[in-house]
Design a protein around this ligand. Structure first.
Ligand code: ZN
Length: 309
């Protein structure tokens, strides 16, 4: 059938809101009790698989990738932050890469705005740990503060480690850049940053839980509202196809590998036993689901996309 030009001009927008070579904006809403959560994606990073895991043979790692139908030579690592909306008062958990990450990252602000949010309306930013992919969204490379009105809350143990000049001086050369980056991001607001202790409520509905090992102050968060409960696992695991399935494996980013492994096993075991919903910073989008027991490890069971929030 032929559509007259005039009718077509009335019914079709001049340009499609979605580019043909792009996905729809990466945000996904779900509820924890009556609390509205929005997962906001910041794209992905990709790295060679060889050398990514410290204590596993490459054959075994590639076997795990095969079992998950993933490429064998590289791993694509997604980044997903959370927005908690309490009646228009916005709390972020972590911030993404800002303009400091891989070219395949840096989508956060476009996705955040597409979800209807304004960075000036962010009241609180809660940080899980000080690796660049979690904090660089706070400050652009040119120094601009991205959330000018936000109070920034960080784990006390994380601050104590990364802001310690003696620790920076003693760090191997390969780690000095990470220390300098922490100072780049937090230096200008050092006097205003609020430190929180483990096992304290950091904002209403959000309790910090110590999950040390990945970094010295790495923190996960229990989000509770009514009957609803979500464990925000931060970097307790990197990609679930590798580290939920094989909790003994240690990614090269785990600063204390043995402690990170014990934390990972404890938290995955708890999530499986209590059947609680979990969110992972580095799981495929929307990066939330549940943990099932599977052989000598666990399996991540992602939520099914739902049009009903
Ligand atoms: Zn990370």
């Amino acid at each position: 059938m032929t559509i007259p030009a005039s009718a077509s001009a009335q019914t079709l927008p001049a340009t499609s809101p979605v580019e043909p070579d792009r996905q729809a904006p990466g945000f996904y809403r779900y509820k924890v009790g009556d609390l509205l959560i929005t997962a906001v994606n910041d794209g992905v990073g990709r790295r060679p698989i060889d050398g990514f895991i410290r204590n596993a043979e490459l054959d075994d790692v590639q076997g795990a990738l095969d079992a998950a139908f993933l490429p064998r030579d590289n791993i694509t690592i997604p980044f997903t932050t959370l927005v908690i909306d309490r009646g228009g008062k916005l709390t972020l958990i972590d911030t993404g890469n800002g303009d400091s990450g891989a070219p395949t990252s840096g989508l956060w602000m476009a996705n955040f705005r597409a979800a209807g949010f304004d960075p000036a309306a962010v009241e609180t930013v809660v940080i899980s740990h000080f690796h660049g992919d979690h904090i660089n969204g706070l400050r652009l490379k040119d120094g601009t503060a991205v959330f000018p009105s936000a109070e920034v809350l960080v784990p006390e143990a994380e601050w104590a480690f990364w802001m310690d000049d003696a620790k920076m001086a003693a760090a191997p050369d390969g780690m000095k850049g990470a220390f300098q980056n922490v100072r780049r991001v937090f230096g200008p607001i050092a006097g205003d940053v609020k430190q929180f202790k483990a096992d304290s409520e950091v904002v209403p509905n959000v309790t910090a839980v110590a999950a040390y090992g990945h970094t010295p102050g790495h923190t996960v968060f229990a989000v509770t509202a009514g009957e609803g409960r979500l464990m925000v696992m931060s970097d307790t695991t990197n990609h679930p196809a590798l580290f939920v399935r094989n909790p003994e494996w240690q990614a090269i980013f785990d600063m204390d590998g043995d402690m990170a492994r014990e934390t990972r096993k404890r938290l995955l075991d708890m999530a499986a036993s209590e059947k609680m919903q979990v969110a992972f910073y580095h799981a495929p989008f929307p990066a939330t689901g549940h943990i099932a027991r599977d052989g000598d490890g666990f399996a991540f069971v992602p939520v099914a996309w739902s049009p009903i929030i």
